[in-house]
Design a protein around this ligand. Sequence first.
Ligand SMILES: Nc1nc2c(ncn2[C@@H]2O[C@H](COP(=O)(O)OP(=O)(O)OP(=O)(O)O)[C@@H](O)[C@H]2O)c(=O)[nH]1
Length: 475
Amino acid sequence: MSHDSNNTIWQIFNLINLAVIAYDNKTHHYTLNQHAKTLLNINSDDAVSNDVFNNITLRDFNDDTLITIEQLFSSNITAVLLECEFSPQLLNVNHSIVNDSVSMITLEQDRTLTEQYNFDQIISKISTKLIDIQNDNIDQQINFALKAIGTVLKADRSYLFEFNTDNETITNTHEWVNTGIIACKDRLQNVPKVELPYFFEIMNESHLFQVNDIEQLPTKADAEKAEFKEQNIQSVLCIGLRFDEELVGFIGCDCVKTKRNWSKIDLIRIKLVGEIINNALKNINYKKKLQLTQQQLINANIKLNKLANTDALTNIANRRFFDATLKSEIKRCARHNQPVSLIICDIDFFKRYNDNYGHQKGDDALKQVASALSSLCKREGDLAARYGGEEFAIILPFTGLEQCEHFTTLIQQKIKSLKIAHDYSSVSNKLTISIGYTTCLVTKASTSETLIKVADKALYLAKDSGRNKACTFEE
Ligand SMILES: Nc1nc2c(ncn2[C@@H]2O[C@H](COP(=O)(O)OP(=O)(O)OP(=O)(O)O)[C@@H](O)[C@H]2O)c(=O)[nH]1
């Protein structure tokens, strides 16, 4: 072919809406028509060499491998993915031989496939982000999903509405708007469902509300029409979100700038995104419920523990808790080479008190004494417990004999200050207690039984020697 006819052919190639690239294996140069230059972003009026294609990423669409321009010419690949950061394109490839040295390929954009490819990418991103969503980033991910579906459906606004707990009102929780479009979210909070009767009638029936042109809405949809007009909406597509078959909200897209005849593909796509958002919200909901149940269980356990360790009448520690605490405090004091003191006290002539003032009054007196003893236990580890009947025990870890003696004085002062009348006591006209105490520099071999036995003996000593006093016991 002459140079002139060559030129004419390329002038023709430049006019067609198809990317054409020719390769001359003698000169190793590529010639591109205008469309190919635009597509590949190559600015050169002349034939170009290999290295011009270095910045272009081509991928064999069938086996996902990267390929060079040379490989594209030498293979029989029929579809390539031209990778760009934001809009990768799928190109169908046709190979032809021009003459001995020149071969040619045409690249044709497959818009439907490209769109599908891009949508698949978005869906994979959305589902990965929403699959194991945590409460703290759900908003960000839902906004991303709304932007994606709004963009793919060429809408001007996309949104998520959730029904409020009263089930009477709805709230626009998330919204994406195209450039130049006014956001409506703030205005659409706690909207009564009754204001949109037609919308909810359709939504409850079919979980789908699809309007290509709001002017075509029936007269019974006047309320909805007015609302759509207020937002300059021309077309609407909404899809319901359900938990256990119950409608709990919806996502939707509005077209403001132009009308849109929603296609079957649009419907499939918004349904898919709706499903993903629905599942994410369900997950969050289940997680919240689970956390609540866990917390309730923890609280119930705390309560149960407290009940199991508390004396029902006096509300201080019971014998069970006392026994366990004494054992652990002995070990703790032994580890730190510190003394532990144990006090056992018993109300004097309590039988007479009960017999004369009645059991109810007796209970009240026990409660007052318990609370008085408990109020004296201020240091970490101190414990006052009801040991049984009208007997109380106090554990004072890290406490030596002198301090323990001082503590028994405080007990007697405190009981005195209660001024509980006991006219039938032989030692006073007020309620008194007898106290037995012991202090021990415990070792790992020390047992709680020994400590209790000694404190008990001391208590009997106090009782035997006249009551209303504190005694210790030397073996
Ligand atoms: N109201 C009431 N009384 C109780 C409770 N537990 C034990 N008691 C009574 O406490 C009294 C203890 O009597 P005793 O063991 O004879 O001792 P006491 O009368 O205090 O005599 P001394 O200890 O020797 O001063 C009994 O009458 C028990 O019924 C209780 O929960 N409530």
